[in-house]
Design a protein around this ligand. Sequence first.
Ligand code: SAM
Ligand code: SF4
Ligand code: SF4
Length: 335
Amino acid sequence: MTLFDSRRRPLRDLRISVTDRCNFRCTYCMPKEIFGPDHAFLQREELLSYEEIARLARIFVAHGVEKIRLTGGEPLVRRDLDHLVVQLRAIPGLKDLTLTTNGSLLKAQARGLKDAGLERITVSLDSLDDAVFQSMNDVGVPVAVVLGGIEAAAAVGLSPIKINAVVKKGVNDHTIVDLARHFKGSGHIVRFIEFMDVGATNGWRMDHVVTGSEIVEMINAELPIEPVEANYRGEVARRWRYADGTGEIGVITSISEPFCGDCTRARLSPEGELYTCLFGVRGHDFRALLRAGKSDEEIAAFLSSVWRVRDDRYSEIRSEDTVGLRKVEMSHIGG
Ligand code: SAM
Ligand code: SF4
Ligand code: SF4
């Protein structure tokens, strides 16, 4: 049974954040001044167990979810993630199971994840220039480590791989053409993401944003590209293909061209709060129901009550006032 929200948008995608921890401190996501040694991360007993996550996922799939993406924080820092993948893969009706990672721990885990049933993977990589990349991840991890992870994932067949690059003005925008060129012809798809005002700690300002059309212009000047139709309704990235037929790129324009009208995504936090928008201020507590011994029917009824009244369209109504709200952090609920 498919659930529709108050704007007739179906529930189709579920993003599951398995941890709020990360081994990177990307300046646009987990700035060190806020996420320092004293930061209070969730304790183990606060996190949903893999069994609890899989149970919720089954209920969500029975109510229209077709695609699940695992994210974080950094999902590969949570122990035995492949055990969760096995449980999710076994859910009848789930069409697509994927994961977003910073790639630093991928080399060691790619084979296990593939064998567990993961189909595809997205790896974040903001620049091929070591100085730029290290200034962005802020923990000194070199580009070669992430490229090694991408290679390992491709070797076990977790492909085509998507490469996510957040573009921040004056930080890495001068390196995006190189990034596109490197993966051109590889079969992997680089997706350039406008720097977003997620959370409340990354000091976002409009003048840090390089818009999608500026990104397209920069790439087109050196590597000619032309627009392509979306694969399906609600696809987040605008697609562009190389005129010489050597592949495509995507551009995610949450700031300059919002896509709330087609947004079919729900997000589950590591402690079981459901957010109906990436820019949500408040979640809905599913863990309380799980741990109070509620039945699947009772949990489904709660899901239905949450989704049916959903009215979110943050990116369409973004303003000076909304930017300053105390929104949930990206590192908490994932991209
Ligand atoms: N740690 C994993 C990773 O980096 O791929 C998964 C979680 S991360 C929060 C998911 C995605 O969100 C990454 O591709 C990251 O670049 C993106 N992201 C984080 N903060 C962002 C921001 N302020 N604007 C745009 N994208 C952002
Ligand atoms: Fe970690 Fe991903 Fe956020 Fe970077 S973007 S700090 S890798 S969660
Ligand atoms: Fe969906 Fe919220 Fe993003 Fe709009 S702002 S596309 S409703 S997550």
